[in-house]
Each structure stands twice: as structure tokens, then as C-alpha cells.
Design a protein around this ligand. Structure first.
Ligand code: GLU
Length: 418
């Protein structure tokens, strides 16, 4: 996941912080605080496998900055997880929570494992083992995990159950993204994609794009990507012309039905060979002549290697860290409107925050109320970023950094840290 050294996500995150510190003219001490995580935990824990053997798994939890509140961020299960990826993701969570003005800091966790090769029982024992290992470092007022790549509401349910038995009482507020019967929030399932669609709606107005006539390509068909495809259809009547997953891409210029590809992927575990489509490569998908390109896979999808080939008018970054800083400049100079990751994909953590509030009050809102509250926050954040971008003539990512880092710095100043 971290790729070669120059695409090391944490080096990229630090470069972005340095660029922002230059724009905001931050003093050296403040810059230094922002450049490293406040706390990180490296854990190894034993898990009994189905064949009776014991395997030791390695995991991480990084609490990047808690100036604005308890740290918040997902847990990834991935065979190529690295501490630098988790550090970068924890930094991005800090800016993401500040972007939406949530009373939260940023964190992230990861376990090196391959869920595709694990039985449900093994997955459950890894989930519980990880929570036992990091149990004393998390809590509703300390650090609140959630789902991320290859973790889901069931994994969250096992984790909240394990944590509750450690502390001796039900403590639903320790984790978000839970199933509805265990204190989950309505609207959390598609929140990341839906938040991105609200931002896209605003961006289309700025760019002058009629979304009902727009063509869309979607890279990645997990939670964020598949919901983005179906919401682009139902909210805007846009035409999905290509989608891909880690195995390859499919295209159809007359349009692909999002639900049909999702069903095909459910049955065959890939979008490839879906009826009525032609196969193509992931690189070809990125370079298609579409109006909207949704990035919903992993880090470093658009780099200086392929940025020049991108033809989309708007890029919707639902993944974390899909575009490198060099690629950002190329896209900006080409006039492509990028909705940057920690603005665009903040819908997930925003509804997670609503989930925490509902858990604390033991009172639950309906879906309509969640959508309305999410829309309001996403729309406000989008306009704060575009106004900053226009005012300082900087790209959207740098503008998002200026808004978010500015808020974290203000909190650190008030607390007397800097
Ligand atoms: N993993 C999601 C993200 O990257 C959600 C985090 C959360 O809900 O805490 O934003």
C-alpha cells in the first residue's frame, strides 16, 4: 500500500502539511507539532486459527492530534498495511474532522491480515484480539474507531462486544459504524458516498456541469464506490459508463446499472465480465473521456505518471490519499476540479459523529434527519474550501488544508500548546 518510497503516504501527508505551513506562515514549533503523531501503539496479539494453530498478528493504532477532541478514525484490515499508511490516514482524519468542524481529533488503526483468506470465525477472533490489545488506549472520550478498508458493521459489532466485556458494561459509544440494532445510526451505510454526492452537486454548479447529462466512471467498487454509483444514478440521473475493482474494469457507453454490477460482484467477487459490458484495464478507466471521475479505491491512484491523461471535469475523491501532490498540480493546471479527499469523503465520519451523539443521548434520529444534517455540513464545508481556493488562488486541496489546519492550530493555541 505504501508503494515505493516517493509514494510513501506519510511522506506525502508531511509534504502537504509543510506546503500548508508555508501558506499559513506557521512558526517552526507549530509546524513541528503538526508533522508527527502525538501517540502511536504497535501491538502483536495471538489468534487461534481454525486448524488449531496459533498465529500472531500485528496491528497499529495512531492518535495523530487530539487538540479539538478525542481522536476518531477507522480500522483497516489489509495484508499490506504499514505504520506509515496508518500515520498518514490518522493525519488526514485530523484535517477531515476539523474540515467539518466536528469536536474530534484524528486517529486510525490497522491490522496486517488478509480478510479474503480468513474464515468468519478467524475474522471474529482477530477483531476481538485487536480490541483486547488496544483496549486501554480507546474509549468514547479518548479514541473512537470505525470501519475502513475491509472492515464492516459486523466487525464493529464484535469489537464493541469485546470492549463492553472488558469494561464491564455496554459501551456502544466506543465504536461507530455499528449495525442498527447495536446502536448504529441510520444513514451510516452510504454516508461516505452520499456526503461526496452533496459535494459533487455543489461542484457541478461551480463548474457549470449538468449532472443529469453527465457521464461517470467509478474506480473501486467497495462500500464507497458502489454506493456512489447508485446515488449518482438516483440523485442526479447521471450515466455510469465504467466501474472497476482491484481485478479490473468494465465499461459500457450506453450506461451500466449500478445495482446490476453490485449483484454481479456479490456473486463472482469481481465486476469483471458483467453482462452487457466490455472489460478494460484500470489505467484505461482513469483516462476515459468522462465528466466525473470517482476515486474510491486506495492511495496513489493518480500520480505524475498518469495525471496528464485524466480528461474528467470533476474528480470526486472518496478514497483517502488517491492523488499525489505532483499530480495535484498537473490536474490544477489542466483546469480539473478536484474535490479533495478529506472534504469529499467526510460524510462517513460526520455520520459517525452523529452516531456518537445518539449513543450518548440514547435517542435516535430517522434517516431523513441524518441526510438533512449531513447535507448542511457538507455544503457548508465545500463552500468554505472553494472560497479559500479562489481567494488565495490555490488548488482545492491546499485550500482545504488551510481551512482545517487553521482550525487545529487555533485549538492548539487556545490550549497553550504553541
Ligand atoms: N474510515 C472512514 C474515513 O476514513 C470513517 C471514519 C470514522 O467514521 O470514524 O473517513
Amino acid at each position: 500500500m505504501s508503494g515505493n518510497n516517493e509514494n510513501n503516504p506519510f511522506k506525502i501527508a508531511q509534504q502537504q502539511i509543510n506546503d500548508c505551513a508555508d501558506i499559513l506562515k506557521l512558526n517552526p514549533g507549530t509546524r513541528e507539532v503538526l508533522l508527527s503523531p502525538m501517540r502511536e501503539f504497535h501491538v502483536s496479539f495471538p489468534v487461534r486459527m481454525d486448524d488449531g494453530s496459533t498465529r500472531v498478528f500485528q496491528g497499529f493504532r495512531v492518535q495523530y492530534n487530539d487538540a479539538k477532541g478525542p481522536t476518531k478514525g477507522g480500522i483497516r484490515f489489509h495484508p499490506e498495511e504499514t505504520i506509515d499508511t496508518v500515520r498518514a490516514l490518522a493525519a488526514w482524519m485530523t484535517w477531515k474532522c476539523a474540515m467539518l468542524d466536528l469536536p474530534l481529533g484524528g486517529g486510525k488503526g490497522g491490522v496486517i491480515c488478509n480478510p479474503k483468506e480468513l474464515s468468519p470465525g478467524e475474522l471474529e477472533r482477530i477483531s476481538r484480539g485487536y480490541v483486547r490489545a488496544i483496549g486501554s488506549f480507546i474509549g468514547p472520550e479518548k479514541d473512537i474507531p470505525a470501519p475502513d478498508v475491509y472492515t464492516n458493521p459486523q466487525v464493529m459489532a464484535w469489537m464493541v462486544d469485546e470492549y463492553s466485556s472488558i469494561v464491564g458494561r455496554n459501551q456502544f459509544g466506543v465504536i461507530t459504524g455499528k449495525p442498527l440494532p447495536l446502536g448504529g445510526s441510520s444513514g451510516r451505510g452510504d454516508a461516505t458516498a452520499r456526503g461526496g454526492m452533496y459535494a459533487l452537486r455543489e461542484a457541478a454548479q461551480v463548474v457549470g456541469l449538468d449532472l443529469s447529462k453527465a457521464t461517470v466512471a467509478v474506480q473501486g467498487y467497495g462500500n464507497a464506490g458502489s454506493y456512489a454509483a447508485s446515488l449518482a444514478e438516483s440523485m442526479f440521473q447521471s450515466k455510469i459508463v465504467a466501474v472497476c475493482d482491484s481485478r479490473g474494469a468494465v465499461t459500457c457507453k450506453d450506461g451500466i446499472c449500478a445495482a446490476k454490477v453490485a449483484e454481479h460482484k456479490q456473486n463472482t467477487s469481481t465486476v469483471m465480465n458483467c453482462e452487457g459490458t466490455e472489460n478494460l484495464t484500470n489505467d484505461e478507466l482513469l483516462a476515459l473521456d468522462v465528466d466525473v471521475l470517482v476515486l474510491a479505491a486506495l492511495e496513489n491512484s493518480i500520480t505524475e505518471r498518469n495525471a496528464d491523461q485524466i480528461k474528467a471535469k470533476i474528480i470526486v475523491e472518496l478514497a483517502n490519499g488517491p492523488t499525489t501532490p505532483e499530480a495535484d498540480e498537473i490536474l490544477y493546471n489542466k483546469g480539473i476540479h478536484v474535490i479533495p479527499d478529506f472534504l469529499c469523503n467526510a460524510g462517513g465520519v460526520t455520520v459517525s459523529y452523529f452516531e456518537m451523539v445518539q449513543n450518548a443521548y440514547m435517542y435516535y434520529w430517522d434517516e431523513e434527519e441524518i441526510h438533512e444534517k449531513l447535507d448542511k455540513r457538507m455544503t457548508r464545508a465545500y463552500h468554505e474550501v472553494i472560497q479559500t481556493s479562489e481567494k488565495f488562488k490555490i488548488n482545492m486541496r491546499k485550500a482545504a488544508y488551510a481551512v482545517s489546519v487553521g482550525r487545529v492550530v487555533e485549538a492548539m493555541k487556545l490550549r497553550g500548546w504553541i
